[in-house]
Design a protein around this ligand. Sequence first.
Ligand SMILES: NC(=O)c1ccc[n+]([C@@H]2O[C@H](COP(=O)([O-])OP(=O)(O)OC[C@H]3O[C@@H](n4cnc5c(N)ncnc54)[C@H](OP(=O)(O)O)[C@@H]3O)[C@@H](O)[C@H]2O)c1
Length: 245
Amino acid sequence: MSTRLDGRHALVTGSTDGIGVAIAHALADEGARVVVSGRNVERGERVAAAIADQGGDARFVAADLSSRAGVQALARSAGTVDILVNNAAMLIPSRPTAEIPEELLDAALATNVKAAFLLTGLLAPAMAARGGGAIVNVGSINGLIGRAHSALYSATKAAVHSLTKSWAAEYGPSGVRVNTVAPGPTLTEKTSQVRELLEQMVQRAPAQRLSTPEEVAAAVVFLAGDGAANIHGSTLSVDGGLAGI
Ligand SMILES: NC(=O)c1ccc[n+]([C@@H]2O[C@H](COP(=O)([O-])OP(=O)(O)OC[C@H]3O[C@@H](n4cnc5c(N)ncnc54)[C@H](OP(=O)(O)O)[C@@H]3O)[C@@H](O)[C@H]2O)c1
C-alpha cells in the first residue's frame, strides 16, 4: 500500500460494479478513505469489505442517483469529500435514435448528467472552502467521437466532458481541480457480454485491445493526486489510442 493519497476522503459513485470497483480499490491502495456507492447493497458491502480485507479504509453508502433526493442523501452521508469521482452511469445498448423511448432519454440524462451536476454543486463549494480538492469525471470515447446508434449515451458523455471544462474554470481558482478520464471499450463483467463487438471496435486502435478497469483506475488516481497539481480541465483517454487516430 502506498501513501500518495493518505488522509484524503474519496467518494466514488457507481463503485458497486465494473470500473468503479477498480477505482475504489486503487484510491484505497493509495491511502484514501473511500466511500463506495451505488444502489446494490450486497455488491456495495462486498466491495467495501474486500478493500478493508486488503488493509484499506472503505465504507458503503447506498444511493440511487436518478433523483435529486438520492443525490442529496449521498452528499450528506459522504461527509467530508476531498476527491469526488463522478463515475456512475447507465450504459445504453446501441439503438437507433428514433427507437429511444422518452423515458429512457430522461433516465439516461438523470443518471449520467444530472446526478454528477447536482453532486458536484453540493460538494465542490465545500471542497473550495477547505482549500481545494479534486474531481474526476468519467467520460467516454463515445463522448469524443460519432458512432451510429449511440446518440443518447454519447450525448450524455459529451455533456460530462463539457461539464469538466466549465467546472475547471469555475472551481479551479478556488483550488478544486476538475478533469476527465475517457475510457475506451473496457472489459467488465457487463461488457464481456458484448466482448466481440468491443474487440472489433478496438482493432483500428494502436493498442488493438480493450482497456482494463485497473488501467482506467490508474488514470483516475493520477488525476486525483498531487502529481496532477497543475492539470485542470483536461481529458485523459485510456483507450489504446482509439480516439486519437
Ligand atoms: N465499460 C466500458 O467499456 C466503458 C467505456 C467508456 C466509458 N465508460 C464509463 O465508465 C463508467 C463506469 O462504467 P462501467 O462499465 O463500470 O458500468 P457498470 O459496470 O454498468 O457500472 C455502473 C455503476 O454505476 C452505478 N449506477 C448505475 N445507475 C445508478 C443509479 N441510478 N444510482 C446510483 N448508481 C448507479 C451501478 O451501481 P448499482 O448497480 O449498484 O446501482 C454501478 O456501480 C461509466 O461512467 C461509463 O459511462 C465505460
